[in-house]
Design a protein around this ligand. Structure first.
Ligand code: AMP
Length: 281
């Protein structure tokens, strides 16, 4: 497995692979790899000849008071795991390589970015869309792999690929969870043992919602209130948002009939975690 940090070297590698007729799969990550990331990489390996994973903690998707500086970084541990998952190249540029002095171009997607994480993290999706566009331009993947863990991100990127006629297929992988239900996340490493237990309230409240819907409670507002009540029972939890929207349109809805996205962002101590599920009435 190669580790490339230089954009031109990455582009040369891609050109040579394409000349040999090889298909390319890209798995964008911020590193500190866990089973969720590795599942995306294994999936990529199944359908692409060459798998490139980017490990880049992207400064433009973090707000000024967010955890960019302390985001966990572990390139050597990541390299070992990525190699085992079948990755051929880790693309690991420095921030100055991606955003040199004078950098001025950004991608903005309207509409679906004006809710959920787009509201609580202004500028986040502008940063995500920009870095993903740059990665697509550099790596020229046939397919790019993303996790349903970031459900809104997937919808934003699908919108972008459609609107801007990008020649790449997006593949979405279901949420990978710990045995007790906690969605895997690099930020789980920030949780103290007590917070780790408290964090279970996210997946448990999603399960509660699905149970209520299965029992015939399909009033979206009521489901949302039950989820909020459940989360408020956990004293270490602070709700950022709990929302139920139609899926995949992300529009307001009264009754859960077809698919609905129940999405939440909750702070456990100082760590902001997100989780979601698709409810079906
Ligand atoms: P990140 O490094 O957190 O930016 O995540 C990189 C990619 O891995 C994104 O497409 C995420 O949606 C995906 N991902 C992160 N956690 C999980 C998980 N628990 N299950 C599935 N995909 C995940």
């Amino acid at each position: 497995m190669k580790i490339i940090s230089d954009i031109q070297e990455m582009q040369l590698f891609v050109r040579q692979a394409k000349e040999k007729g090889m298909s390319i799969g890209l798995v964008p990550t911020m590193g500190s790899l866990h089973e969720g990331h590795l599942t995306l990489m294994r999936q990529a390996k199944k359908s692409c000849d060459v798998v490139v994973t980017s490990i880049f903690v992207n400064p433009t998707q973090f707000g000024p008071t967010e955890d960019f500086a302390k985001y966990p970084r572990d390139l050597s541990g990541d390299s070992e795991q990525a190699a085992k998952a079948g990755v051929d190249v880790i693309f690991h540029p420095q921030p100055e390589e991606m955003y040199p002095a004078g950098y001025s171009s950004f991608i903005e997607i309207n509409g679906i970015t004006q809710k959920l994480c787009g509201l609580s993290r202004p500028g986040h999706f502008r940063g995500v869309a920009t870095v993903v566009t740059k990665l697509f331009n550099i790596v020229q993947p046939d397919k790019a792999f993303f996790g349903q863990k970031d459900a809104q991100q997937v919808l934003v990127l699908k919108r972008m690929v459609t609107d801007l006629n990008m020649n790449v297929t997006l593949e979405v992988v279901p949420i990978v969870r710990e045995k007790d239900g906690l969605a895997m996340s690099s930020r789980n490493a920030f949780l103290s043992p007590e917070e780790r237990k408290a964090a279970l309230v996210l997946s448990q409240s999603l399960q509660l919602a699905q149970k209520l819907v299965n029992q015939g409670q399909v009033d979206a507002q009521n489901i949302k209130e039950q989820v909020i009540l459940k989360i408020k029972q956990e004293k270490l939890a602070q709700i950022d948002y709990v929302e139920v929207y139609s899926y995949p349109q992300l529009e307001n809805l009264d009754v859960i009939g077809d698919k609905a996205l129940l999405a939440l962002a909750v702070r456990i101590g100082n760590t902001r975690l997100i989780d979601n599920t698709i409810l079906e009435g």
